[in-house]
Design a protein. Sequence first.
Length: 240
Amino acid sequence: MTELLHMNDNYLREFDAIVESAGKDYVVLNRTAFYPEGGGQSSDHGTLTNGSRTVKVLDVRKEEREIRHKLDGPPFKIGSKIHGEIDWTRRYECMRFHTCQHILSRYLQLKYNVETVGNMIKPEESRADYSPLEAFDDEMKRKVEVGVNEILNQNIDVKIQFMPRSVAIVFLQERGYQTRYLEMVPNSVQEFRVLIIGDFDAASCAGTHVRNTREIGHIQIGKSKNVGAGKRRIYFKLID
Ligand SMILES: [Zn+2]
């Protein structure tokens, strides 16, 4: 299985790897810094080069238990040494959005007792789904914006810790994390990657995140809509 370098280092932009297998339009590497689409976060883009040929990476996803880098050109030969570079502008924006989504989710959980039931993290505008949340009028929207921005302004350190499953479950429950998400983690997973945003929030997450809330800027909440069964989808942007 491909070693996922982002798990330990969210700021790694370049890496060296070896091509382990290849398909018509993709390669599988022994290690990668590219984030494969998952957990609501869209995949990284970037380039792979063998020194003489550079190919764009259009998408990275888990398919048939492999991490496949989809290429804009023919794949490199198996055994090739390659150098990868991720599109940092796109990735860093996803990191800022993803940490912001955790803060928005925790804020809504604390203030309105709603659970996060889905998310879509991508550049320019991201979104998350909350339940039960029937209404979200302009006054509420403004209050949430102000409240989340007050948290962001506190320059809170964001840390990633690996914990044994049983330790993580106790830790997360004590911190008020949604048990729904703990139940979703398959039993085969014996180590949890826990994202800790100071005293404000703790969550199980495999995504990419910033080191401090000051990197995020400020949230601007956009439209929201009902997506059935008491669920409301809230869109948001980031501004300086
Ligand atoms: Zn997350």
